[in-house]
Design a protein around this ligand. Structure first.
Ligand code: AGP
Length: 610
């Protein structure tokens, strides 16, 4: 997730671009850059690192000109570096482009362009765009942009300037946000509303497949075929702080609602949509390597550890190899049974958690191949692992991890299916069915966010005064219940505990008395009857029971006080959906209790000390 901005008007562009980028740094801060068109040429200034570093480098000598674009990057393809920073240019420096999104077929396009003599400088997917536009340019910049985008697959919000078309900025979007700020004698574009609010509250909200042409005194919008599109002017009522959170009260809620896009981006480029197969180029482990693997270790902390618990069950079932999951702070002090025949998977949103990094080094020291699943390109964990599978969740600002967790589950499912296929432990038919379900996850997640939000909010209103709460489940539901209890604990301070449902009668049931809330997850068909019995056990003690069940399950309604439903999907993928209502429940309970949702007491976003 990156931030793009653009400006065209009577004023010097550089200070406007820099100020507007500042309001988008929450979208990414690995590198920053601007391109300004003045005196018939384009000057590009960009650097690895935060916007402040770029400003220091400009040191008051920013490029002169009244047309420009800018970018603050959250690295996806290509580590954070000066050369990978945006804007990117064509061969002759006549064009500059900034991009937010992922061009899924960039390798094929790059090969085609290099064969036609184009010279690339960066490792990014984005750089194919200026070269494609250069290839198609015949005097009509918007037309060249439309043709270039018709070749690109994936997601994009882009802005383009050209020294051969000095009086316009062209912008377009598909699956990445883009708004146009309508000024008086000047116009703006940005990934998000906060960037333009200082100058205007009148905007166009761009839709997928739309292309905008901005001049100082006009904005015209067309579709990818060049047909005119009439846009409605929207007046923004938010205050600036609200705007940075996209209109949500907290970053956590915004990030919960970003999950459909995060899932979609994490799947991008890793499944063959025609063959319904997992590709997983980033983990080149061969069938011969896998035949030699006799054990998998998954090591992580906190929420990432909970993702590992889900990963264990997926990998054991689909790769048929024993999996041990350990919290990183324990792993390296227990002389772990790791050998060159062990495959170690470390999971870390930040990629900087000290315990997880230390565990990675311990596993490597013992000869294990290490795969990292992380959300930060170029993080310490990413640099030191043998293979890296990035979760394209975008920056996660709230301390409580949500979209990172859900994309970790998607990444672990891709590993289980992809490596299971290579190991020969699942057949093509099973792989295709799971991939079909994977492709529906963004839609199902959207359905839950739209359909269950008010149900969950009302439940949180009813139950938020509880001082203790239990989350129970069996199998994969138990793993998810652990994440649900951590979410509630860490932001509402309610003493929430998670237990295997079959374990309650061995002691914990003594704590279940009248009115104690119990959240019971019942999405796993193979243990459903047993789960129903456990629910009846707690109901018999007058607990207040909330079931989380699959659409169409009317049976469970007879035994509980409330039911939250999620769409039916593969049992392996149900955790991806089951966690969303639990995240919302924790959020609304914390808000009802007046807690600081985004910055809970005693916690930090990334624990870089042991
Ligand atoms: C998650 O809600 C917590 N904030 C915390 O448990 C976090 O998951 C843990 O610190 C691990 O962080 P990492 O994924 O960046 O390594």
């Amino acid at each position: 997730m990156c931030g793009i901005v653009g400006y065209i008007g009577p004023r010097q562009a550089s200070p406007i671009l820099l100020d507007n980028l500042k309001k988008l740094e929450y979208r990414g801060y690995d590198s920053a850059g601007i391109a300004v068109l003045g005196n018939g040429s384009i000057e590009v200034r960009k650097t690895e690192g935060r916007l402040a570093k770029l400003e220091a480098q400009l040191n008051g000598e920013a490029p002169a000109g009244c047309v420009g674009i800018g970018h603050t990057r959250w690295a996806t393809h290509g580590r954070p570096s000066d050369v990978n920073a945006h804007p990117h240019s064509d061969c002759k420096g006549q064009l500059a482009v900034v991009h937010n999104g992922i061009i899924e077929n960039y390798l094929v396009l790059r090969e085609w362009l290099e064969a036609r003599g184009h010279v690339f400088k960066s490792e990014t997917d984005t750089e194919v765009l200026p070269h494609l536009i250069e290839e198609y340019y015949d005097g009509d910049l918007a037309g060249a942009v439309r043709q270039a985008l018709s070749r690109a697959r994936g997601s994009f919000a882009i802005a383009v300037i050209s020294r051969r078309d000095p009086d316009k900025v062209v912008a377009a979007r598909k699956d990445s946000p883009l708004i146009i700020g309508l000024g008086k004698g000047e116009n703006f574009l940005a990934s998000d509303i906060p960037a333009v609010m200082a100058a205007t509250r009148e905007i166009f909200v761009m839709e997928d497949g739309e292309v905008a042409v901005l001049t100082s005194d006009s904005v015209t919008v067309q579709d990818l075929e060049g047909r005119a599109v009439q846009k409605e002017v929207v007046h923004v009522k938010w205050d600036p702080v609200m705007a940075e959170k996209g209109g949500y009260d907290h970053f956590m809620l915004k990030e919960i609602h970003e999950q459909p896009r995060a899932i979609r981006d994490t799947l991008t480029g890793r499944i063959d949509r025609d063959a319904k197969a997992v590709t997983l180029h980033e983990v080149p482990t061969t069938a011969a390597d896998l035949a030699n693997i006799d054990k998998v270790f998954i090591v992580a902390c906190g929420t990432a550890y909970h993702a590992g618990l889900v990963g264990k069950r997926l990998i054991e079932r689909l790769m048929r190899v024993p999996v041990e999951v350990d919290v990183a702070s324990e792993f390296r002090y227990r002389d772990p049974m790791v050998s060159p025949r062990t495959l170690t998977i470390v999971v870390s949103q930040s990629g900087e958690t000290a315990d997880t990094l230390a565990a990675l080094r311990e596993a490597k020291k013992r000869g294990s191949r290490v795969v990292a699943i992380t959300n930060v390109v170029g993080s310490s964990v990413a640099r030191e692992a043998d293979d890296v599978l990035y979760t394209w969740a975008g920056p996660e600002i709230a301390v409580a991890s949500t979209k990172a967790y859900i994309t970790q589950l998607v990444a672990l499912a891709l590993v289980a299916v992809g490596l299971g296929r290579r190991r020969g432990t699942i057949d093509l038919e099973e792989e295709q069915e799971i991939v079909r379900q994977m492709e529906k996850l963004p839609m199902y997640a959207e359905e839950i966010l739209l359909g269950q939000d008010s149900v969950v909010r009302d439940l949180a209103q009813e139950l938020h005064r509880a001082e203790q709460m239990f989350f129970i489940g069996r199998g994969l539901d138990y793993a998810v219940s652990m994440e649900g209890s951590l979410k509630l604990k860490e932001i509402s301070y309610i003493n929430a505990q998670s237990y295997p449902a079959g374990e309650l009668k061995h002691g914990t049931l003594a704590l279940v008395v009248k009115g104690v809330p119990v959240i019971a997850l019942a999405t796993q068909g193979d243990v459903y009857e047993k789960m129903l019995s456990n629910i009846k056990e707690v109901k018999a003690r007058d607990a207040t029971v909330v079931a989380l069940a699959l659409d169409g399950d009317d049976e469970i309604r007879k035994s509980v006080d409330h039911v939250i439903y999620i769409p039916r999907t593969s049992p392996y993928l149900a955790p991806v959906l089951a966690v969303i209502p639990l995240q919302l429940f924790a959020y609304y309970a914390a808000v009802a209790r007046g807690c600081d949702v985004d910055k809970p007491r005693n916690l930090a976003k990334s624990v870089t000390v042991e």
